[in-house]
Design a protein around this ligand. Structure first.
Ligand code: G6P
Ligand code: ZN
Length: 542
C-alpha cells in the first residue's frame, strides 16, 4: 500500500559537478534524502513498469538510503530494482548494469573520493538510461522540483536483505540483489587481452593495487588476482570500509602516499595503481615514474589499438578543458578529432553516444571509453596492463618514448582548499574582470596570448555551458586555468592548473616544479592568490 508523506522543501539540493553531495548529518535530516529521491522520480517519471539500478561505494549511510530508495521506488511504480550485493556497485559497474539490463536509470550513492563516516560526506547521483550522469537539463529540473516538493511516496515494507543474492517483492516491485562484480569483470574480458596479461604475470610481472578500503577491492581481487593470476596480496586495502579506514579515498600523491613511496623504493613492483571511493578514478605509477592523468590519457589513446576492444582504432578523443593538451597531439597524429569539454564526465556522454569519441579523460584522474558512460578506474589499469604486456617495456620507457615523439606537457594542479566562499568568489570575479586587459602583458618570460572564460557549445545537442573556468594562454603553448571546485561540501576550493609544453627536441626529463616555476609565479601575479586568500602555498599539489 502506498503512503503519501507530507514534506517541505530544503534549500540547496542543487546537484553539483557529480550529483548532490553533502555531509551525512545533512542527509540524515528528516525527509532530506527522501525529498531528493522523490524529486528525481518526479522529474524522470512516469516510472511505471521501469527498472532502476541502485548501488553505492559502501560508505557510511549507504545502506540507510538504499532501503529508503527501494521503498520510494516501489511506491512510485517501478517494476524492478537491481541492487548490488552489500549495496555495492562501483560507479562504472553501475553504468554497465544500467546499460546491460536496459534500466531507465540508476541511483549511485557515493561522494567519490571524499572521506566517509558519520561526520563526513555522502552523495546521491542519478544516471540516465545510457548509463551516464544526468545532463544539466535533468539536474536543473531535479533542483527546481526540490524547491517546491510537498510530498514523497513510500510503501510499508521491511528492509531488504542486501547481503543475499536473489529476488524479493517490495510492494508490487521486484528487488533483485545481484553480484556487483561479475557483469563488470566479464565486460573487461571482452575489451582486453587477458591471456597476454596472464602470460606476463606468469613470467614474473608484479604489481601493487591500492583499493584504499573503497569499492574497487572486490573488483580488483576478482580481476587482478583471480582472473589474471597476480599473487594474493597484490590488492592492498581491498576490504571496503564505511569510513575508508579514516582516509581520503583519493588516488593521488598525497592520499595514496604509501603506494607512491613503494613505487619509488627499491622494493617497487613493476606497476602500481589505485582507484578512488567509487572506483571511477585511477592512479598510474610505474617503477620510479608517476604518469599524470593528462599524460595517461594521451598514452592510452596512442596505444589503445593494442587492446582487442580498440583494435579498430579511435573515432575521436575528448578531454576536459583543464586537462593538458597532450591528448590533442595524439589525436592529430591519429587523424581523429579532439574535443575540449567543461569539467565533469557528463559532458562526454553526448560525444560517446553519437560515436564521435571513443576515449575520454580528465586531469582529475578520470579516464574511460565508450564501453560505459562513466570514467572507469580499473578499465584504465587494465588498458595499461594490456599495453605493457604487448609492448614488453616499462611504464617509464613508454612515457619517455611518448614524449620523444609528441613532446611533453609538464603539468600540475595546485589546490587551495577550505577557502571562505566569498573570498574565492571575489578572486574569480576580480580575475574575470581583468581578463580582457591581459593579452600582450608579460609575466617574467611569459607573454599572454589570450585570456577568456571558457564556454562550451555541445556539438551534438547544441546546448551551451558558460563560465566553465578562466583561461590564461601564453605564447608558446603554456597555460594557466583557474576554476572553483564543484564537488566540495564545505567552503570553496580554488584549483589552479599549470601547463607548459616542451617540444620533442627540448628538455623532456625536468622536475615538474622546476619546469613550471615561471607559471607558478605568473599565477600569483595574475590572480593575487596570496592577497585574496592569505595563502602562500597550495594545500595539495597533484
Ligand atoms: C567529479 C567528476 C569529474 C570531474 C571532477 C571535478 O569527479 O566525476 O568528471 O572532473 O568531479 O571535480 P571538481 O572538484 O574539480 O569540480
Ligand atoms: Zn569517483
Amino acid at each position: 500500500m502506498t503512503t503519501t508523506v507530507a514534506t517541505t522543501p530544503y534549500e540547496g539540493q542543487k546537484p553539483g559537478t557529480s550529483g548532490l553531495r553533502k555531509k551525512v548529518r545533512v542527509f540524515a535530516q528528516a525527509n532530506y534524502a527522501e525529498n531528493f529521491i522523490q524529486s528525481v522520480f518526479d522529474v524522470v517519471g512516469p516510472v511505471t513498469g521501469k527498472t532502476l539500478v541502485i548501488g553505492g561505494d559502501g560508505r557510511y549511510y549507504n545502506r540507510t538510503v538504499i532501503q529508503q530508495a527501494i521503498r520510494i521506488a516501489a511506491a512510485n511504480g517501478y517494476s524492478q530494482v537491481l541492487v548490488g550485493k552489500g549495496g555495492i556497485l562501483s560507479t562504472p559497474a553501475a553504468s554497465h548494469v544500467i546499460r546491460k539490463y536496459g534500466a531507465s536509470g540508476g541511483l549511485i550513492l557515493s561522494a567519490s573520493h571524499n572521506p566517509g563516516g558519520p561526520d563526513e560526506d555522502f552523495g546521491i547521483k542519478y544516471n540516465i538510461a545510457n548509463g551516464g550522469p544526468a545532463p544539466e537539463g535533468v539536474t536543473d529540473a531535479i533542483f527546481a522540483r526540490t524547491q517546491v516538493i510537498d510530498r514523497w511516496l513510500t510503501v510499508e515494507a521491511p528492509d531488504v536483505d542486501l547481503d543475499t543474492c536473489g529476488s524479493v517483492a517490495v510492494g508490487g516491485m521486484t528487488v533483485s540483489v545481484i553480484d556487483p562484480v561479475a557483469d563488470y569483470a566479464d565486460l573487461m574480458e571482452t575489451l582486453f587481452d587477458f591471456a597476454a596479461i596472464r602470460a606476463k604475470v606468469a613470467a614474473g610481472f608484479t604489481m601493487a593495487f591500492d583499493a584504499m578500503h573503497a569499492v574497487t577491492g572486490p573488483y580488483a581481487v576478482e580481476i587482478l588476482e583471480k582472473r589474471l593470476g597476480f599473487a594474493p596480496g597484490t590488492v592492498r586495502n581491498g576490504v571496503p570500509l564505511e569510513d575508508f579506514g579514516g582516509h581520503h579515498p583519493d588516488p593521488n600523491m598525497v592520499h595514496a602516499k604509501a603506494l607512491f613511496d613503494l613505487m619509488f623504493s627499491a622494493a617497487a613492483p613493476d606497476f602500481g595503481a589505485a582507484s578512488d571511493g567509487d572506483g571511477d578514478r585511477n592512479l598510474i605509477v610505474g617503477r620510479g615514474r608517476f604518469v599524470t592523468p593528462s599524460d595517461s590519457l594521451a598514452m592510452l589513446a596512442a596505444n589503445a589499438h593494442l587492446a582487442p576492444g580498440y583494435r579498430a582504432g579511435l573515432k575521436g578523443i575528448a578531454r576536459s578543458m583543464p586537462t593538458s593538451a597532450a591528448a590533442d597531439r595524439v589525436a592529430e597524429a591519429l587523424g581523429v578529432p579532439c574535443f575540449e569539454t567543461p569539467t565533469g564526465w557528463k559532458f562526454f556522454g553526448n560525444l560517446l553516444d553519437a560515436g564521435m569519441a571513443t576515449i575520454c579523460g580528465e586531469e582529475s584522474a578520470g579516464t574511460g571509453s565508450d564501453h560505459v558512460r562513466e570514467k572507469d578506474g580499473l578499465w584504465a589499469v587494465l588498458l595499461w596492463l594490456n599495453i605493457l604486456a604487448v609492448r614488453g617495456q616499462s611504464v617509464d620507457a613508454i612515457a619517455r618514448e611518448h614524449w620523444q615523439r609528441f613532446g611533453r606537457n609538464y603539468y600540475a594542479r595546485h589546490d587551495y582548499e577550505g577557502l571562505p566562499t566569498d573570498t574565492a568568489n571575489a578572486l574569480i570575479a576580480e580575475l574575470t574582470a581583468a581578463l580582457p586587459g591581459l593579452p600582450g602583458k608579460s609575466f617574467g618570460p611569459l607573454v599572454v596570448a589570450s585570456a577568456d572564460s571558457f564556454a562550451y557549445l555541445d556539438p551534438v545537442d547544441g546546448s551551451t555551458s558558460a563560465n566553465q573556468g578562466l583561461r590564461v594562454l601564453f605564447e608558446g603553448g603554456s597555460r594557466i586555468v583557474f576554476r572553483l571546485s564543484g564537488t566540495g561540501t564545505e567552503g570553496a576550493t580554488l584549483r589552479v592548473y599549470l601547463e607548459r609544453y616542451e617540444p620533442a627536441e627540448g628538455l623532456l626529463d625536468r622536475d615538474t616544479p622546476d619546469a613550471l616555476a615561471d607559471l607558478i609565479a605568473a599565477a600569483e601575479a595574475v590572480a593575487g592568490i596570496a592577497r585574496h586568500t592569505g595563502r602562500t602555498a597550495p594545500d595539495v599539489v597533484t
